[in-house]
Design a protein around this ligand. Structure first.
Ligand SMILES: Cc1cc2nc3c(=O)[nH]c(=O)nc-3n(C[C@H](O)[C@H](O)[C@H](O)COP(=O)(O)OP(=O)(O)OC[C@H]3O[C@@H](n4cnc5c(N)ncnc54)[C@H](O)[C@@H]3O)c2cc1C
Length: 384
């Protein structure tokens, strides 16, 4: 006899796993289908660390980030795992990078941090930094993604109403509006009342397997980090570069950010350079990481560094308007999509998962999120 579920979740990244956990905690039966395996290198939720912060110039995202931080703390107390290393985050700025400092992220982020009460005027800049001005987000820090993935995988394995099927190749998805039938290339299909497509940048490809969405195109731009490098800090200076002493650091004007060493968890300091979706700064030939080091952290120039090959081999999915794509792709209320993360959604995962779980269970959801992230804003589905 074919088994049926309340919900089929496609994708076992952070969004799929967290949503499955929340649904199972509320008594729902869930099957998670994953094309590869949890934590594989191309999934955006792979790797060791992700930044967490609330210094978004858009107050909507800043408030959402604060909600997410509370939920990460809740996750820690529910699971007994420490996943949120709250070392703060500093934004750096120099006139050699941003000629008008008033236009720098470091200056632009100050009002929102003050408004939220999350700046820390008494904070002293560590002496490893050279900077003209800076802002400090005291909520900032590092999320330990490997521990989060492992914790979620362990929890899900112990929940009687959740199943996980890895190495699954989905070929077809059918829905009559009441049930969803997901069929692999061979073998038996999975049937559920609802389907959550939480497959990151592959979400739209999966939606296109449903005849009604065969032509759907969100126009996502896919980009990989331009450069990611580890710095091997000399033993004498190592303590200075750990989260006990150093916050997460960034010059977002040049698309560069870095993570200090997390004692007992990471071995190296990491600096990344990403392509901003608009092209933006940092598209010249000089390594922006070298330029960042020269400008803001000169001591690092003398330390051994090498490209990261064990993490962050994954890609960003930028939506056309910079907002997430989250909700019903069309009129059917049994299919949901979650994609378009703009390289920033990891920290929001508990809020996004709660939204998906509530919507799946027909509960009330945050109206502003529903409106702003509505997938139908691109496609015209549902327009009258
Ligand atoms: C390099 C990089 C750095 C980032 N840094 C930060 C940061 O510092 N802070 C922050 O907050 N966010 C950051 N992000 C964003 C954050 O990591 C992602 O938004 C988040 O991990 C997305 O999770 P996800 O579950 O939606 O996607 P994924 O982790 O990609 O999971 C999707 C899953 O779906 C599976 N899948 C795909 N197709 C199918 C199919 N046909 N059938 C079944 N399964 C399928 C995939 O195999 C994958 O496992 C970063 C992202 C990248 C790429």
């Amino acid at each position: 006899m074919r088994k049926t579920y309340d919900v089929v979740i496609i994708g076992a990244g952070i969004m799929g796993l967290m949503t499955a956990r929340l649904l199972a905690l509320q008594g729902q039966s869930v099957i998670i289908l994953e094309k590869h395996h949890i934590g594989h290198m191309k999934a955006a939720s792979s790797g060791l660390t992700r930044s967490i912060r609330c210094d978004y110039s858009d107050p909507f995202y800043a408030h959402l980030a604060l909600q997410a931080q509370d939920l990460w703390r809740q996750f820690e107390s529910d699971t007994g795992c420490n996943v949120y290393e709250n070392c703060g985050l500093v934004n750096l700025a120099s006139p050699t990078i941003t000629s008008d400092l008033k236009q720098s992220y470091a200056v632009a982020s100050q009002p929102i941090l003050k408004l939220l009460g999350k700046s820390n005027p008494g904070w002293r800049l560590p002496d490893v930094f050279r900077t003209e001005t800076f802002s400090f987000d005291k909520t900032g820090g590092i999320l330990k993604f490997k521990i989060i993935r492992e914790t979620l995988a362990r929890q899900i394995a112990s929940m009687p109403t959740v199943e996980l099927a890895e190495n699954v190749a989905i070929q077809k998805i059918d829905t009559d509006g009441k049930t969803v039938n997901v069929s692999p290339a061979n073998g038996e299909s999975w049937v559920a009342e609802k389907c959550v497509i939480a497959a990151g940048l592959w979400g739209a490809d999966i939606l296109r397997l449903i005849p009604a969405y065969a032509q759907l195109d969100y126009g996502l731009q896919i980009r990989s980090p331009k450069e990611v490098r580890y710095f091997d800090i000399t033993p004498k200076r190592r303590n200075t570069y750990t989260t006990e002493m150093l916050p997460v650091f960034a010059c977002l004007d040049m698309g560069v950010y870095g993570h200090p060493i997390v004692q007992g968890y990471t071995q190296y300091l990491k600096i990344s350079h990403y392509w901003p979706p608009t092209g933006g700064k940092g598209t010249g030939t000089e390594s922006q990481i070298d330029l960042f080091v020269k400008t803001f952290m000169p001591e690092l120039a003398a330390m051994r560094s090498f490209p990261v090959t064990d993490a962050d081999q994954c890609s960003y999915d930028y939506s056309q308007d910079g907002d997430f794509i989250l909700g019903y792709p069309g009129e059917e209320k049994n299919i949901l999509i979650a994609t378009g993360w703009n390289g920033t959604a990891g920290k929001f995962a508990p809020v996004i998962a709660a939204f998906l779980a509530d919507l799946t269970m027909n509960k009330a959801v945050n109206k502003e999120m529903a409106k702003r992230f509505d997938p139908q804003r691109f496609t015209g589905f549902g327009e009258t």
